[in-house]
Design a protein around this ligand. Sequence first.
Ligand SMILES: NC(=O)c1ccc[n+]([C@@H]2O[C@H](COP(=O)([O-])OP(=O)(O)OC[C@H]3O[C@@H](n4cnc5c(N)ncnc54)[C@H](OP(=O)(O)O)[C@@H]3O)[C@@H](O)[C@H]2O)c1
Length: 396
Amino acid sequence: MSRLKRAERPYDIVLFGATGFVGTLTAEYLAAHAPRDLRWALAGRSELKLARLRERLREGTPGGTEIGVLRADVGDPASLRRLAERARVVATTVGPYVTYGEELVAACADAGTDYLDLTGEPEFVDLTYVRHDARARETGARLVHACGFDSVPHDLGVHFTVRQLPEGVPLRVDGFVTAEGALSGGTLASALNQFARVPHLASAARERRRHEPRLVGRRATTPAGTPRFAPEVGAWALPLPTVDPQIVRRSARALQRYGPDFRYRHYAAVRRLPVAIGGAAGVGALIAAAQLPPVRGWLSARLKPGEGPGEEKRARSWFRVRFVGEGGGRRVYTEVAGGDPGYGETAKMFAESALSLAFDDLPPIAGQVTTAQAMGDALTGRLRRAGIVFRVAATR
Ligand SMILES: NC(=O)c1ccc[n+]([C@@H]2O[C@H](COP(=O)([O-])OP(=O)(O)OC[C@H]3O[C@@H](n4cnc5c(N)ncnc54)[C@H](OP(=O)(O)O)[C@@H]3O)[C@@H](O)[C@H]2O)c1
């Protein structure tokens, strides 16, 4: 599929799951910030909800861009193919992705359509690599997972840190995440679903390793690390087993700039030891509880799909990721920081990623790619202009 053919499609960006919690925030962001000539559409399973959302967006941004509406359902593969064929870029919030997401990835890979999502599910990323990367390379589609708080600040933060260090030498980067915020129903459902699928997760990772070409002459590793007091950030560091290190490792494998021997460790940073112990115990209890279907159902029902933190709560939420990078005799301290990680800033990261794929001058690559690999500095620049901080705090 040539880029020209794609340019002839009716929409630059289609937002699928536009009527969900993050979907609505993303639609609001696009309506307020997209270029006036953006051709875009809201997609979802309920025409009524889509029409109401479009009306609200029109009222909120008079004189804004024209917005299309497309009906599609994950249970109807033909409707997903129609979505993929009508857009240059499809952005989807319809999760849990391991349950609902694969057909749309397949449709985009087949139609040569750029695809992005908000998954934080490592199993899904591995599964789509094994099944759809090759087809996407043939058609020219870029499949970019984890375009929200998972994993943009970490992937682009490491990319930014690496660029402050010398080239061609072994590099070590540690990331320390601090955040305050609340969950949505969609995030809770996806997290519980992933916790309940630990064996599937391991087998998807094994399957990926069997398919992925070996890295020759270079190393890129993301060991889990051990809990410790980290004097470099003045906090307790707890290994954080999210999708982020996996994404960073893929960027490091793909980009020569990460050097011949790259290592990244990903931590949560907690100032007080009792809070660190309590947090680790809480997550452990949640993972154990998610193994029992009735308890999982009960936990899931605490927050319904479509629900999430209100505007006031989101306004009080924030995140800060500190990175310590070392290599070639140089040490650098960098930081990525912003507001509400899970929703306000996620919608911003997601919308700006979609705009970047649609309009920026990016490397000519295809297949499953990371945000650093596909968009790198172009996306970092967009996020900085949109108020997310990327800065060098100190160098030694
Ligand atoms: N990466 C990150 O940092 C990050 C942050 C936040 C969220 N997330 C992830 O993003 C996803 C969405 O979260 P959320 O809180 O927005 O969830 P949500 O409010 O439940 O939204 C889910 C969306 O999926 C749609 N949907 C469900 N079943 C469908 C079907 N059969 N066909 C078509 N559409 C369907 C829903 O449509 P209706 O509107 O019609 O119900 C809704 O638009 C979750 O997987 C969550 O984990 C990731």
